[in-house]
Design a protein around this ligand. Structure first.
Ligand code: ADP
Length: 482
């Protein structure tokens, strides 16, 4: 499944959110319980008040029938009290809803009241119709029965009701619920903050470690070092890392193709060029005397251009070998002095017509080197010094061996290299001046090849300015032969 960073962020945010929703629901439940408890207490108080009121009404009824001689006098008052009692019982019935036993008690009281009133109405009807004569005897019996009903109401009904409703007033329970709510609220807030911190920490670490890998891979891609393994996931960061890996693969393929083309072209150019150069040499040697000066100049041009293209193709082949890791140096015990002498001789032709002089101070310096490659480096430094020296300039070559290190320097009196460009001249295809290639005939490869060759010998190469004008290129090589 493709989850973007936004999806992942939302997913992580939803975890504390769910926790908060559940906590809120539980808190709401506790709140409802607390409310129900408060309602129950309130009901119980109202029931207590009602039972008190009904007790007073019972006393009024008892008193009304104390001197009962016939229903005529007491009827209105009795009816008023009985009606009130009936209303109160209806109210009590409502208040005791949800408690079956209490409701049963209320109904029992109501039934007793109805039975008493039924007796009273019966008696009243009988007296009115003249069916009963001895009112005194009858009223005594009626009072006894009526009082029994009232006693039942107060003893078995109201007393039960009052004591049951008192049982419902449980202040400890509401206090416990309130304490529980507060504790729960504290725990919920604490957990919510903790979960928030854990998730924020985890997500930040997750993101930064992935971004770090992408950033490392981008740096490695720039430096052409092997990339770190591709990071998992299909989010934006994973996509960028995948793109870097694809770019790396593509660059590898392009480099491979470029190396193959350079190798192929350089090889293919060298053979016909060598033939052309040999032919020009031969013509100069054998027919030199018979040729007019302008033809001679043309022949010399052919030779020098052949030399130039051969040197470029050699540099390109070297670069290709260095890039592909196939450049091999064959180290042997040899005197660097001999390499320097050979390089001075090889570049003599470049200096001849410009009056440039080489002053060499060379000490014997034996080291484990590939003499061919070291001569190539010195030749490059000398040919550069010659190219950039003024007419009749002096090139100073110094070779010494000190403290297990061979030190060679080539100084010229040329235009020098500005401070801020000095470290760049050892990079591939770098030239201080764009015109250098056109005017001096360079490619910008010589110093980068020299640097790689010296480093393969465990040495160091560098340059510095020379006063009042000029450059000094130098390298060191280890010469501890033990
Ligand atoms: P190139 O084939 O162009 O000489 P190099 O790699 O040998 O290539 O040199 C790179 C660049 O460094 C040159 O193009 C030139 O701009 C500068 N450079 C090298 N040697 C000297 C020097 N002795 N004096 C001034 N500039 C130099």
């Amino acid at each position: 499944m493709k989850l973007t960073l936004v999806h992942k962020g939302l997913l992580l945010v939803s975890i504390p959110l769910c926790f908060e929703v559940v906590s809120f629901a539980l808190l709401l439940h506790l709140q409802n319980e607390l409310q129900a408890e408060a309602n129950r207490i309130n009901n119980s108080r109202l029931i207590g008040d009602m039972t008190g009121k009904v007790t007073v009404q019972i006393l009024i009824l008892e008193e009304s029938f104390e001197h009962f001689e016939g229903p005529g006098l007491a009827t209105a008052k009795v009816r008023q009290v009985v009606n009130e009692m009936d209303r109160d019982f209806a109210e009590l019935d409502k208040l005791s809803q949800g408690d079956a036993e209490m409701q049963q008690d209320v109904r029992r009281c109501r039934d007793e009241l109805k039975a008493g009133i039924g007796d009273f109405e019966d008696l009243r009807k009988k007296l009115a119709s003249g069916e009963l004569e001895n009112i005194k005897q009858v009223s005594k019996a009626f009072r006894t029965r009526f009082n029994d009903h009232l006693r039942n109401i107060s003893h078995y009904g109201l007393w039960q009701l009052a004591s049951r409703s008192a049982l419902n007033i449980d202040t400890d329970k509401s206090t416990a619920i309130r304490e529980q709510s507060v504790l729960f609220l504290k725990i919920a807030i604490g957990c919510s903050v903790l979960i928030g911190f854990i998730i924020a920490g985890f997500y930040t670490k997750y993101l930064t470690s992935r971004l770090q890998t992408v950033s490392d891979n981008a740096t490695r891609l720039g430096q052409r070092k092997p990339l770190l393994p591709a990071i998992s996931g299909k989010d934006e960061i994973g996509t960028v890392d995948k793109a870097l890996h694809e770019a790396d693969k593509l660059i590898d393929e392009l480099q491979q193709a470029r190396a193959e083309i350079i190798g192929m072209v350089s090889h293919d150019i060298r053979s016909p060029l060598t033939t052309i150069k040999c032919t020009a040499d031969l013509l100069t040697e054998e027919m030199g005397e018979h040729l007019d000066p302008s033809s001679m100049i043309h022949l010399k041009n052919i030779e020098s251009n052949c030399d130039r293209i051969l040197s470029i193709s050699r540099d390109l082949l070297d670069i290709q070998k260095l890039e592909s890791g196939t450049m091999i140096i064959e180290r042997e015990k040899a005197d660097v002095q001999e390499c320097v002498t050979a390089a001075i001789a090889a570049t003599e032709g470049l200096r001849q017509n410009r009056g440039i002089q080489v002053v060499a101070n060379l000490q014997e310096s034996v080291a484990m080197i590939d003499p061919v490659r070291i001569e190539q480096v010195v030749t490059n430094l000398l040919s550069n010094a010659t190219k950039y020296s003024p007419r009749n300039g002096v090139i100073t070559v110094e070779l010494k061996c000190e403290k297990n290190w061979v030190y060679l320097s080539v100084s010229d009196q040329g235009k020098g290299i500005p401070q801020h460009l000095r470290k760049d001249v050892f990079a591939r295809f770098k030239q201080v001046d764009a015109d250098d290639s056109r005017i001096k005939g360079g490619t910008g490869l010589g110093l980068s090849i020299s640097k790689a060759l010296i480093e393969m010998h465990d040495g160091k190469i560098g340059m510095e300015g020379v006063q009042p004008t000029g450059s000094r290129f130098y390298f060191t090589l280890p010469c501890n032969l033990s």
